[in-house]
Design a protein around this ligand. Structure first.
Ligand SMILES: Nc1nc2c(ncn2[C@@H]2O[C@H](COP(=O)(O)OP(=O)(O)O)[C@@H](O)[C@H]2O)c(=O)[nH]1
Ligand SMILES: [Mg+2]
Length: 222
């Protein structure tokens, strides 16, 4: 059976949401790509050879990726964008501290609209940038993800492609697991006391395995 999942991308302007979608869909990166393309969503079917495949071979998941088309600037438009979403991918830019600090707020918006029903994913994008430009360490990203009760944390680069496919693969696996266990995850309800705890998911932090160690404690240049 092919299950469809609506995935919305949230985060401050210019963190790379559109670029992330473009990289995943077309495997391209264009610095001049227009943020507003007038497309509601793009679909991609993922074939998963790992995980709990049924007897009829690999599992498939249909991902519907919704871009904000610049609407992230308008608070009033956010709720309708988030409505009916199954997954919210909250993106920040590792070279922009403010965008990282906004993650909490974006998470809150999802919580207001979807309660615990959406799977929350935190993504630190632009990891290709030199460590001198980095303002947020991987550890900080992972810690925030855990604090907010989000299901996954990844660092990605839409420019180089690093982390992009692993992110969507892992997410797809998580979604099939959720589908298998009663439709939409019920979690253990233990929460963690975070401002936006819940989502009924255990936090799964993925170490994407780059040598980020040197970035820690570097001077932030932004
Ligand atoms: N170095 C670098 N630049 C990126 C990356 N992703 C996006 N950008 C650049 O950041 C800017 C904003 O990207 P965009 O996808 O429009 O962000 P959005 O407003 O969140 O949709 C553009 O100039 C992109 O070329 C990345 O992974 N690395
Ligand atoms: Mg955009």
């Amino acid at each position: 059976m092919l299950t469809k999942h609506k995935i919305v991308f949230l985060g401050d302007q210019s963190v790379g949401k559109t670029s992330l979608i473009t990289r995943f869909m077309y495997n391209t990166f264009d610095t001049h790509y227009s943020a507003t393309v007038g497309i509601d969503f793009l679909s991609k079917t993922m074939y998963l050879d790992g995980g709990n495949s049924g007897e009829d071979g690999p599992r498939t998941v249909r991902l519907q990726l919704w871009d904000t088309a610049g609407q992230e600037r308008f608070r009033a438009l956010i709720p309708s964008y988030i409505r009916d979403s199954h997954v919210a991918i909250i993106v920040y830019d590792v070279s922009n501290r403010g965008s990282f600090e906004s993650v909490r707020r974006w998470c809150q918006y999802v919580h207001e609209e979807r309660g615990d029903d959406a799977v929350l994913v935190v993504v630190g994008n632009k990891r290709d940038l030199p460590s001198t430009q980095r303002c947020v360490t991987s550890d900080e990203g992972a810690a925030l993800c855990e604090e907010l009760g989000c299901a996954l944390f990844f660092e990605t680069s839409s420019r180089s492609g690093q982390g992009v496919v692993p992110l969507f693969k892992k997410l797809s696996l998580l979604l099939t697991e959720r589908d298998d266990s009663d439709g939409h995850g019920n979690g253990n309800g233990s929460g963690n006391g975070g401002a936006c705890a819940g989502g009924g998911q255990a936090a799964t932090t993925i170490d994407v395995g780059v040598n980020e160690g040197s970035a820690a404690g570097e001077q932030c240049s932004c």
